[in-house]
Ligand binder design. Structure first.
Ligand code: SF4
Length: 489
């Protein structure tokens, strides 16, 4: 309990964690602590990723045990193959829904950067066939680390191209209003939380049902996922790393679990007697909304006196043209893009809330995305009342929105860095790599599984440097001042 303040920078979040501890509830932090040390082989890339059942083989990072896999695969080949495996998963996550993905089409402003990147990686185009080729390479060791890294980077470019295309629904408006904060939980009596990403049809039915059954005292809140609606985004009561804390607040009366919801959320709902339903079946909506309005079960007691005013607001960019206009008007000549998912390596909110004010103080224009962006809003850094508010980019593909906007306004050279405070999915990693392939300076605040092979790290940096980009990562969770120094260099 004494370490609660190093788990989140939010004082309300700290109170909720204390309450969980006192009630004997086990949350993600307890699981994270019990999991230590996490798999050290995998962490440095020395756990074989090939689709081979003669393993699993691991190579000793210190050279005191196995130096090769059963088939003779060495550490460089293993690390490079794991990197390719992650890039392939990232590309698959980003692949548009149409069968087999689509041929990438790049905005005109990026054509030069793309052709430079492709020249460096071999070939004059990327296509959905890159994924098949990568899958074939990962059947059994047969290619050099150079080829595997090149293929990973080609997939990373494809990932950026697919993310640039984005879902059609995101393009309807240039920006959307968004509210964030624990105070939302105190604004209405009945709160239905949404985890993961239910379909827009499901959400429309859910909102209509809440309006019908609880017209004056019900609302639907996001527990960490960016969910655009026609007129605005679903209000966020918390970032993704705080979803469990919000459940123990005693102010969530029902939960919808969309695709991507962690199993721990469903389990915690069971423990706390919070009615929960999957978003797969729309028939569950009515029952869930009705149950949410019933008398609170004994486990669901409000544990904090929350003030309705504890809410911050911002305008979230969903179309690059909006960001382009903002950057055009802004006088700053140095641009920092900072964001990404909450990660248990760092206290929640620490890097975005420490580094952003320091960058603004040094004359940077800052854009944030993901949980990092939400922490900036919570801190009031995106408020129109501030002298130079940060720009908040909607959704997980925030950095590619920035890429498109900055390329179109001819300001890519002013980008001092794009830093990922945390990674949650392989898509994040593939996107980061793709941005570096296009000549941008990219940083990571969490370690990547590359420390098992110096050769692979060098190969990667050489490839990226040839395209004018770079990827900085640390062998430890980076401190806020390391990230700040990286931006200022
Ligand atoms: S491919 Fe080689 S190193 Fe990997 S599991 Fe199979 S035998 Fe082991």
């Amino acid at each position: 309990m004494e370490s609660i303040q190093v788990k989140t920078v939010d004082p309300i979040g700290q109170e909720l964690l204390k309450s969980a501890y006192q009630r004997g509830l086990k949350l993600s932090w307890d699981r994270f602590e019990k999991l230590q040390p996490q798999d050290g082989f995998l962490r440095v890339g020395l756990s074989c990723p090939y689709g081979c059942l003669q393993g699993p083989c691991r190579i000793d990072p210190f050279g005191r045990g196995a130096e090769q896999g059963f088939c003779g695969l060495d550490r460089d080949g293993m690390v490079a193959a794991l990197f390719l495996r992650l890039a392939l998963s990232g590309a698959m996550e980003a692949m548009p829904e149409e069968k087999g993905g689509s041929e990438p089409s790049w905005p005109p402003a990026l054509k030069d950067a793309v052709s430079r990147a492709l020249k460096n990686l071999g070939g004059d185009r990327t296509s959905p066939a890159e994924a098949q080729r990568a899958a074939a390479l990962l059947n059994r060791p047969m290619e050099s680390p150079e080829s595997l890294i090149r293929q990973a980077l080609r997939l990373a470019l494809l990932t950026v191209a697919w993310l640039l295309k984005g879902p059609a629904s995101d393009a309807r408006k240039k920006s959307l209003p968004l509210k964030v904060g624990y105070g939302l939980l105190a604004q209405k009596e009945i709160n239905i939380g949404v985890c993961g990403r239910p379909s827009s049809e499901f959400l429309k039915s859910l909102l209509a049902e809440v309006d019908r059954i609880h017209p004056d005292n019900g609302q639907v809140l996001s527990l960490g996922e960016f969910i655009p609606l026609d007129a605005g985004c679903l209000p966020f009561t918390c970032t993704s790393g705080e979803a469990e804390s919000v459940l123990i607040s005693g102010r969530i009366n029902g939960l919808i679990a969309g695709p991507g919801t962690d199993p721990s959320i469903i389990e915690l709902c069971r423990t706390l007697n919070i009615p929960a339903a999957s978003s797969i079946d729309p028939k569950t909506i009515r029952g869930l909304v009705q149950k949410a309005g019933e008398k609170k079960p004994p486990g669901l007691q409000a544990v904090l006196q929350l003030q309705p005013s504890w809410v911050e607001e911002a305008e979230v960019v969903v179309a690059p043209s909006h960001l382009e206009e903002s950057f055009r008007q802004g006088p700053a000549k140095k641009i920092a893009v900072l964001g990404g998912a909450d990660h248990p390596c760092h206290p929640l909110g620490w890097i975005p809330t420490e580094v952003t004010p320091a960058l603004l103080g040094k004359g940077f224009a800052v854009a944030g995305w993901g949980d990092g962006g939400l922490w900036m809003i919570k801190k009031g850094l995106a408020s129109e009342k501030t002298k130079r508010p940060v720009q908040i980019l909607g959704g997980k593909r925030g950095p590619v929105l920035a890429l498109k906007a900055l390329a179109s306004s001819g300001r890519l050279k002013e980008v001092k860095g794009i830093c990922f405070t945390g990674l949650k999915s392989c898509q994040d990693l593939a996107m980061a790599l793709g941005l570096a392939c296009l000549g941008l300076r990219v940083g990571m605040a969490v370690p990547l599984p590359l420390w098992g092979s110096e050769k692979v790290r060098n190969l990667l940096q050489e490839r990226l440097a040839a395209a004018g980009g770079s990827l900085t990562h640390f062998d430890h969770p980076a401190q806020a001042d390391e990230i700040l120094d990286w931006f200022l260099k």
